[in-house]
Design a protein around this ligand. Structure first.
Ligand code: PSU
Ligand code: MN
Length: 308
């Protein structure tokens, strides 16, 4: 068992579970504050925690509140993240700044991974990871989620990479960074809203036990860094690629017109896609996060069983 870093504030529930070696699943908070509109965002956060608890696994939603890195949040904390305009989207670059100034930070995949690792949590559930943005050859816009996956030992379950990003370049970069990309129950890498991306998955696994064995083998060999697990959206909830791609292209064109760049791009695009799909993309987004929570709870349980 890792002793949580002394700067972290853990809830009693999370502290006890980690101390006793029971399974815990980390959850991010940018998805709440910058990824979905209120009140669906806070409802999603509560539902995902409830799904994880239904397996006797402890959810640990992570954020910075009043400058404190918090591992596990109360419903009031989730409400604050979902509603307050004073919450900064906080990647690893921003963590020290938000902490030192006593601010509120919603953590991205990268910073959630880092704080989860400092707490001793190995499994993390989200919706989509960041990646290489389209046009990155001139903008250099590559999410710090990728470099964090290269260095921090946490398994991240997502529904793949959205085609607001360059999926091919994202997969190439993950290969360069030594990050295994494992699709769950499929040979094709999923594209978030759609089950299909047109890209073959580098690796495939078909059970939580197989995934746990890969995690254990990597870290037992002393190879640092994370593992990216891509769990396709359930067929009933997907938006077929033909349907979403035109909408994504329109949102990207409007973003270029509006001159939006850098860390504001993902929140802008997600919001615009919700508008352009009349809310369908939000339903899909929530469904895929819940689907990932089921797998995350199974995986945390399997990994705990394997390593005890
Ligand atoms: N993809 C989503 N919803 C999100 C994000 C990505 O479908 O909320 C968030 C995650 O927190 C991810 C971050 O880590 O966007 C990536 O932002 P950037 O590209 O600025 O690193
Ligand atoms: Mn970026």
């Amino acid at each position: 068992m890792t002793t949580p870093h002394p700067r972290l504030i853990l809830t009693e529930e999370v502290r006890a579970a980690l101390h006793e070696g029971r399974p815990v699943v980390a959850l991010e908070s940018t998805i709440i504050s910058h990824g979905m509109p209120y009140p669906r965002n806070v409802a999603m956060a509560l539902e995902v925690e409830a799904i994880i608890r239904s397996y006797d696994v402890v959810p640990a939603t992570i954020a910075v509140l009043h400058g404190q890195p918090r591992i596990g949040l109360s419903p009031d904390d989730l409400e604050l993240l979902a509603t307050s305009p004073d919450v900064t989207k906080t990647s690893v670059r921003d963590l020290a700044y938000v902490v030192a100034r006593g601010g509120h930070g919603a953590t991205t995949v990268a910073s959630t991974m880092r704080l989860a690792a400092l707490a001793g949590i190995r499994v993390f559930v989200t919706g989509g990871i960041g990646g290489v943005h389209r046009g990155a050859s001139t903008t250099f816009d590559v999410s710090a989620d990728l470099t964090e996956l290269a260095s921090t030992g946490v398994a991240v379950i997502s529904a793949g990479v959205k085609s607001i990003l360059d999926i091919g370049l994202t997969l190439e970069t993950l290969e360069t960074l030594g990050v295994p990309v494992i699709s769950y129950g499929t040979d094709e890498f999923p594209a978030f809203y759609s089950r299909s991306s047109g890209f073959a998955s580098p690796m495939r696994a078909d059970s939580p036990e197989e995934l746990a064995a890969i995690m254990h083998a990597r870290w037992d060999l002393g190879i640092p860094g994370g593992i990216s697990i891509a769990n396709p959206v359930p067929a009933a909830d997907e938006i077929p690629a033909e349907q979403i791609n035109g909408i994504i292209d329109q949102a990207l064109a409007e973003m270029a017109q509006a001159g939006i760049t850098g860390k504001d791009t993902t929140p802008y695009l997600l919001g615009r896609i919700v508008e352009l799909t009349d809310g369908t993309s939000l339903n899909t987004n929530i469904a895929l996060v819940k689907n990932n929570a089921h797998l995350g709870a199974h995986l945390a349980t399997a990994y705990t069983t394997l390593t005890q």
